[in-house]
Structure formats: C-alpha cells, structure tokens
Design a protein around this ligand. Structure first.
Ligand SMILES: Nc1ncnc2c1ncn2[C@@H]1O[C@H](COP(=O)(O)OP(=O)(O)O)[C@@H](O)[C@H]1O
Ligand SMILES: [Mg+2]
Length: 218
C-alpha cells in the first residue's frame, strides 16, 4: 500500500518557489495498478521520483508498505530504492552485459540468488528465453523493454514504477509490453504505477490519476 499525505515538492526558480507537486494526497491499495497521465511538465516524473525515494518531499508524508520513506535517511533510502522495481522509457540496460547478466546484476545488488531455472522461467514468460545470451544492442526495442521488465520483477518487489515504458515502441509492441507487465504484477500482487501518454493503455488500468500542474483532476 502506498499513501501520500499532503505531499508538496518545490523547487527554487530564481527568487520564486515553484510547487512541482502541489499538496497531493493519494492512497494506492495493495496490488492496485495505477496509470499516471498528464501533459508534459505536469509533474509525473517528479511524482515517480518521490515514490522511488530519489527525491524527498518539501512537505508531507509518503508511506510505502508501512515505511515512512519521506523521513528516511540516506542509508535507509538506499536500501528502499533497491527494494522496488523501476522501468524506464530508454530501457537503461547495461550494454556490456548479456541479457541474462543484466537481469542477474539487479538481483546481485540485493544479494538475491537467482538460479538458471528461475531466470529461464521468467525469460520464457516474457518471450526472451532465446535472447538470454544476446547483448542489448542485438535486441529490438520491444525485446529490450521485456528485459527491463524481467530486471524489475526479479527481486520480487512489492512496487514497480514505470516512466513511459512504451514511449519508444510502436502501438502493437506497446500493447504487448503493457499486457505482460500488468499480468506479472497482478499475479504477484505488485503495485504498478505507470506513466503513459496513451489513452488506450491508460484505459486498461483500474485506476487513472490525472496530473496537471502538480495537482490531481478528474
Ligand atoms: N531538476 C529540475 N530543476 C528544475 N525544474 C525541474 C527539474 N525537473 C523537473 N523540473 C520541472 O518540474 C516540472 C515537472 O517536471 P516532470 O516531473 O519532469 O514532468 P513530466 O514528467 O510530467 O513531464 C516541469 O515544469 C519541469 O520543468
Ligand atoms: Mg516525465
């Protein structure tokens, strides 16, 4: 469960303070999947970064699965950040590592042992089993993002944050990637918060949050 209580995030812009996230209160229940939509500059990435523990709110509280992350110190934040899954628009795979090693690397950061059978099972689910020995630059965009999903779920997180994960994919590939992501998160009761510009993709989420100038609207 994720809870934001009157969260504000301000940046100083010359002499003025700008509220990029403006007094947001949100409750996301366990396992709930949320699409986050809004114009460019509305604060979507900032909100994900707050949930990821990469930014600290100026005011307010954020609780994730009982942890008051808005009040964590640097060490606590570092541990918290490794406990969640993140997926990026530009995949952010390590080019020098094979697909299998990209996925293993993430697990290793958390001291989680992943045996080959586990890796193969997950890769098979994602349709990339025959790509485990390949390198990222040998994959299509859709395949790279499936690796991104594998990397996000390998540590069995309770939360996955995805910032426009289909921003570089055509609509057919986008549909496949989001279907896979939603199915895996549903099976594992993972909270998924996904930013998208696609009304169609947002429409297949049980909850849609619309941001404008750092505030929610209907
Ligand atoms: N590092 C930064 N310094 C100053 N302003 C920023 C910074 N990052 C984002 N902003 C501003 O915050 C607002 C929200 O940005 P962002 O969260 O990236 O929006 P979105 O992801 O919805 O496009 C924008 O007006 C942007 O210019
Ligand atoms: Mg953004």
């Amino acid at each position: 469960m994720i809870e934001l209580r009157q969260v504000t995030f301000s940046r100083t812009d010359g002499a003025t303070q700008r509220k990029i996230i403006d007094d947001l209160s949100i409750v996301i229940n366990e396992g709930q999947q949320v699409a986050l939509v809004g114009d460019s500059g509305s604060g979507k990435t900032t909100l994900l970064n707050l949930l990821a523990g990469l930014l600290v709110p100026t005011h307010g509280e954020i609780t994730v699965n009982g942890q008051l992350i808005s009040h964590f110190n640097d060490n606590e934040l570092a541990v918290y950040r490794r406990s969640i899954g993140v997926i990026f628009q530009h995949y952010q795979l390590l080019e020098a590592l094979s697909v299998a090693d990209n996925i293993r690397f993430q697990a290793r950061l958390n001291d989680i042992k992943v045996d080959h059978a586990q890796l193969e099972t997950l890769a098979e689910r994602l349709g990339i089993k025959d790509k485990l020995r390949a390198f990222p630059n040998q994959l299509s965009g859709g395949e790279q993002q499936r690796v991104g999903i594998a990397r996000a779920v390998i540590n069995q997180p309770k939360v996955i944050l995805a910032d426009e994960p289909t921003g570089n994919l055509d609509s057919e590939r986008s549909q496949e990637v989001v279907d896979l992501l939603q199915t895996l998160c549903r099976e594992r009761r993972i909270n998924l918060v996904m930013v998208t510009h696609s009304q169609r993709l947002a429409g297949q989420f049980e909850t849609q949050l619309r941001l404008k100038n750092g505030k929610l609207y209907d």
